[in-house]
Design a protein around this ligand. Structure first.
Ligand code: UT7
Length: 336
């Protein structure tokens, strides 16, 4: 693409628009009952009934031994590239949102770039836990609007199964692995209409994986810790506030939303958000039942599911909302 058409100082107004979506779930699917049986063998008690009633989750996918975050990301990216009818060589920006990278460094985005067989374009990771995809999409949109990029691969990819403490029933039943991706490209019509990102580091401790690496050893606990009720309370508040704020920025109202795609952590949080925004649950894309909480992958995976089953169509107005560790949250309003 000719970059001079879209310079920041040029006359043309420049937007970004989703050209294609892709998703990938690892082959191994574990129902609540199967997981409960495995946990029972180690003396941890849970049940399908408890998990469904408190979360809406019925099953999750776990990556195979040796299957890395970048493998999931590449599979989702290839599907997004195919849907956008473009090849990897035309991509000039790669952003991967993840909290479960392949390595401490380099970034998973660089590994994805290598596995896609391309080189040269900027590639980096964004770490905003479950808000990561909304953060990544907003950054890619900004780079496209300013002319720094023309066609971006924006990916959320996670292998949260690797962080779970299977002796902690309060967390190990909640998460799954997966990846979702979009090709975001420059456009003379919007696209992404408005977005907003937030963080509040005072709440670092309510959702974290506190371990680190030092002197060749893991220091501290490298498994996921969560104060579920504290996260729940914060999540329902910020998801309503940020949705309203983005609507105001966009000059639109709740009635303009065709589809709401909240982070897929708990059906009760999604129901509460929909109720507050006066949206019927029929307008909410829900994949938590089959995917569990896939952190930064949950929103692009849900988007891809709804695009492929033809609920979301070209021109529909979609609100994406992320919330998670940090504490971080944000929303993107877009015309698909
Ligand atoms: O991705 C980032 C965003 N994360 C979230 O949005 C998560 C937000 N939080 C939640 O979704 C909910 O707080 C949870 C699903 C994590 C927990 O649901 P809850 O209704 O808040 O349950 P709770 O933690 O208050 O626990 C209620 C009871 C406890 O037993 P007692 O003390 O009442 O006897 C727990 O020990 O449920 C027990 N419990 C379980 N029982 C069976 C906790 N986990 C389980 C389990 N199976 N897996």
């Amino acid at each position: 693409m000719n970059r001079t058409v879209f310079t920041a100082v040029g006359s043309a107004v420049r937007y970004s628009r989703i050209a294609g979506t892709g998703g990938y779930l690892p082959a191994r699917r574990l129902t609540n009952s199967a997981l409960a049986d495995q946990l029972a063998a180690r003396g941890v008690e849970t049940s399908d009934e408890w998990i469904v009633e408190r979360t809406g989750i019925r099953a999750r996918h776990f990556a195979a031994e040796g299957e890395q975050c970048s493998d999931l990301a590449v599979a989702a990216a290839r599907r997004a590239l195919e849907a956008a009818d473009c090849d990897a060589a035309s991509i000039d920006l790669i952003i991967v949102a993840t909290s479960t990278p392949d390595m401490v460094f380099p970034s998973t985005a660089c590994i994805v770039q290598q596995k896609l067989g391309v080189s040269g374009c900027p590639a980096f990771d964004i770490q905003a836990v479950c808000s990561g995809f909304v953060y990544a999409l907003t950054v890619a949109d900004s780079m496209i609007r300013t002319g720094a990029a023309n066609k971006a691969l924006v990916i959320g990819s996670e292998v949260f199964s690797r962080l779970l403490d299977f002796d902690d029933r309060g967390t190990c039943v909640l998460f799954g692995d997966g990846a979702g991706a979009v090709v975001l490209q420059a456009s003379d019509t919007p696209g992404l209409i408005a977005s907003e990102l937030h963080a509040d580091g005072r709440h670092v401790d309510i959702l974290c994986t506190p371990g680190s690496i030092a002197g060749g050893q893991v220091r501290g606990d490298p498994t996921l810790k969560m104060d579920g009720q504290a996260v729940f309370k914060l999540a329902v508040g910020v998801l309503e506030d940020v949705a309203r704020s983005v609507l105001v920025k966009a000059g639109r109202s709740e009635a303009d939303i065709d589809w709401l795609i909240p982070h897929q952590a708990n059906i009760r949080i999604m129901q509460s958000t929909a109720r507050k925004l006066k949206l019927s649950m029929e307008k909410v894309i829900v994949t938590v039942a089959d995917h569990g909480n896939t952190s930064a992958a949950s929103i692009p995976l849900a988007l891809d599911v709804a695009v492929r089953d033809r609920r979301i169509r070209r021109g529909d107005t979609v609100m994406l909302e992320g919330v998670g560790g940090g504490f971080t949250w944000g929303a993107v309003l877009l015309d698909f």
